[in-house]
Design a protein around this ligand. Structure first.
Ligand SMILES: Nc1ncnc2c1ncn2[C@@H]1O[C@H](COP(=O)(O)OP(=O)(O)OP(=O)(O)O)[C@@H](O)[C@H]1O
Length: 630
């Protein structure tokens, strides 16, 4: 293994490379900016990394980062920015160099945190004056590479800021974040079906991202390990039998209760502490002679037997937990997905349209092909056409000199998901209609057309029929995209709310590697009574915050964010926007208030404090109405 370079050595070597590239301190940086089509492909390629970083890692660092003026960037191993989060204020409005699609490599932008981390494979902090190009000397960057289990670099995480944040703090944090990303990737890939072992020399550090993490198969062979595991054990772990590493039997590890540390000796010398985590879904690989042959459930069988389901895709049969409308929809969609009929999904924002479509695609025979998701609202109007249909080389000024095949052709033999289709500009609607009728795409500036075989799924939270009346949406296109119309219920309308909340809670515990402690009935009642205007997205976010607040303990109502209660109050009675006393004094609302309190009292299982909190009135008021109601 190469020796890690000191900070000074890193910077000096980087400046030498920049000189070798012919850069001068006053050279203008070049960013090799990608076009929208290439950006979409890149984002699709790195979907798991982006999703894992955003959903599973950043929420844990939110509280630390919210106090600093900094921007977090995720880049691919070629230095292309994949996503940014946080504070843009330290940039001037005209500065767009840190945007998605720009490339930060030393040969174009000189010494910089992302580029230098890529060039050296090491975490690095680049101070203002340490940037080779003067143009970049307005910021401080700290970046660390992210590796997969084959020790290949799969991305770089960077924190950039204009403020002089304490150096060690930011660099340390970015290293910690990359370890967390690496651990989450292993966890997401293996936790469903494999035994995971977290270990450390110090029992109190077992939950830290610095712990070793290994996944083992049913025969006890190590099939994945994080970088720390190999450092802690000073051993290459690939496919090694676990019993050669720890002085205990596989059976013992399998029987060890979750959450209880076990002390063992590793490699015959180190004393370590470990925690096991059992597979979530134990695949029955060894047939049991007592099992009777079960008839496969034709609608949902793929959900249980599809071994290729990516870890971040929710199986179809886990999308509903007893809601009739959802069950019907899943059944209908599972049948239609294999037929040449387009699907149009309608539903409020955050109710899970995209999650549903992803699941559907991966359960279909097209799962080997691409799922190309196009957010029609996110592509600038003047680019939608070229992005969707592609263009010939030199078709218009600014076009990529190689031309582009366009997103529709990228979905050939796969699924094209047009999200927010109601936002599609009129002239593009006509062109799309032609493609759907002819099943051929003619790129801009081309006379040739190319046949396409796509499954089209569209989604919207707008009323397309209303848009047809106002002339915003073409009626003929509407009938082309709406073979099967599915209405995804809002969370508040679902009959399986309570089971869904429990499922999502459990899922988040898995994702965040927290012990699953079931919610108390009181808390579940409050969550079920909530109106959830932001639907499952909002529920997921509230539960994630509460889980972080609970910090491994049983979740209590004070762990829920304040705005959770604001929404709950508003839903209980719009007159509660006023102060509780005003509500009480308002004679006109007394009947409504009484009914509302009675309902909440029932939902809260007779808990006076929670009823009062949810209704936005005092405990005495609850007593009064309950008594008069009785
Ligand atoms: N069935 C589900 N189980 C678990 N989590 C879900 C489910 N459905 C949605 N979510 C969560 O809610 C978030 C939002 O879902 P999704 O993006 O699919 O909603 P949407 O309806 O497409 O929203 P929008 O209309 O705003 O694009 C997801 O990122 C996921 O965290």
């Amino acid at each position: 293994m190469n020796r890690e370079l000191s900070h000074q050595e890193l910077i000096e070597a980087s400046w030498q490379r920049c000189e070798h590239y012919g850069l001068q301190h006053n050279s203008q940086p070049t960013y090799g900016t990608l076009n929208q089509g290439d950006i979409s492909v890149l984002l699709d390629q790195h979907h798991t990394l982006i999703h894992t970083t955003q959903k599973d890692v950043l929420p844990y660092y939110d509280h630390i980062l919210s106090n600093s003026k900094c921007l977090i960037l995720l880049a691919d191993p070629n230095g292309h920015v994949l996503s940014t989060w946080g504070e843009q204020r330290f940039l001037q409005p005209h500065q767009t160099e840190l945007k998605v699609g720009n490339q930060w490599v030393e040969c174009g932008t000189g010494t910089n945190a992302i580029g230098t981390a890529i060039a050296t494979g090491q975490a690095v902090q680049v101070g203002r004056e340490e940037h080779f190009l003067r143009a970049n000397r307005y910021m401080v960057g700290s970046a660390a590479p992210i590796f997969n289990t084959h020790k290949e670099m799969i991305g770089v995480l960077d924190i950039s800021s204009d403020a002089y944040l304490p150096q060690d703090h930011t660099l340390g944090m970015v290293k910690l974040m990359t370890l967390t990303v690496e651990n989450r990737l292993i966890y997401n890939a293996f936790a469903r079906e494999h035994l995971l072992i977290t270990f450390n020399t110090n029992i109190s550090s077992l939950h830290s991202p610095w712990s070793g993490l290994i996944a083992i198969d049913e025969n006890g062979r190590i099939i994945s390990a994080n970088r720390r595991a190999e450092i802690l054990l000073a051993h290459n772990l690939a496919l090694v039998e676990i019993e050669q590493i720890f002085n205990c039997h596989l059976h013992e590890l399998r029987c060890q209760p979750e959450g209880i540390p076990l002390e063992v000796h590793a490699m015959g010398k180190y004393r370590i502490h470990l925690l096991v985590q059992k597979p979530k879904y134990n695949p029955l690989r060894v047939p049991d002679f007592r099992q009777t042959q079960q008839q496969p459930d034709t609608e949902n069988s793929s959900a249980r037997t599809n071994p290729d389901l990516p870890a971040d895709v929710i199986p179809l049969n886990e999308l509903e937990h007893g809601d009739q409308q959802m069950a019907r929809m899943i059944k209908q969609a599972s049948r239609i997905i294999e037929k040449d009929i387009p699907i149009l999904v309608h539903g409020e924002t955050g109710c899970g349209k995209e999650i549903f479509v992803r699941s559907l695609h991966y359960h279909s025979s097209r799962s080997k092909g691409a799922l190309v998701a196009v957010n029609c609202a996110a592509i600038p109007t003047d680019l939608v056409e070229s992005e969707l249909f592609g263009y010939e080389k030199g078709a218009f000024t600014g076009a990529n000199s190689k031309g582009s095949i366009g997103l529709i052709r990228k979905a050939h033999r796969g699924t094209l998901f047009l999200d927010e289709i109601g936002e599609m500009p009129g002239h593009v609607q006509s062109r799309l209609l032609r493609v759907l009728q002819e099943r051929k795409v003619t790129p801009l500036g081309s006379t040739e057309s190319y046949p396409v075989d796509i499954k089209l799924i569209s989604a919207t939270n707008r009323q397309l029929k209303q848009q047809i009346r106002t002339g915003e949406f073409r009626e003929d296109l509407y009938y082309r995209i709406s073979g099967l119309n599915l209405e995804l219920p809002a969370l508040r309308q679902r009959q399986d709310k309570s089971a869904l909340i429990t499922y999502i809670h459990q899922r988040l515990c898995d994702i965040h590697k927290e012990p699953f402690i079931p919610l108390s009935q009181d808390l579940l009642n409050q969550l079920t009574a909530h109106p959830w205007p932001g639907n499952i997205r909002q529920l997921t976010s509230v539960l994630s915050v509460a889980l972080a607040m609970a910090d491994g303990e049983k979740m209590e109502d004070w762990h829920l964010p304040d705005d959770f209660y604001d929404d709950l109050k508003n839903s209980c009675n719009t007159v509660f926007n006023a102060s509780p006393d005003q509500v009480e004094k308002n004679a006109e609302n007394k009947d409504e208030l009484e009914i509302r309190i009675a309902r909440l009292y029932q939902q809260m299982n007779g808990n006076i404090s929670q009823t009062a909190k949810a209704a936005g009135v005092s405990r005495n008021t609850v007593y009064k109405y309950i008594r008069s109601g009785n």
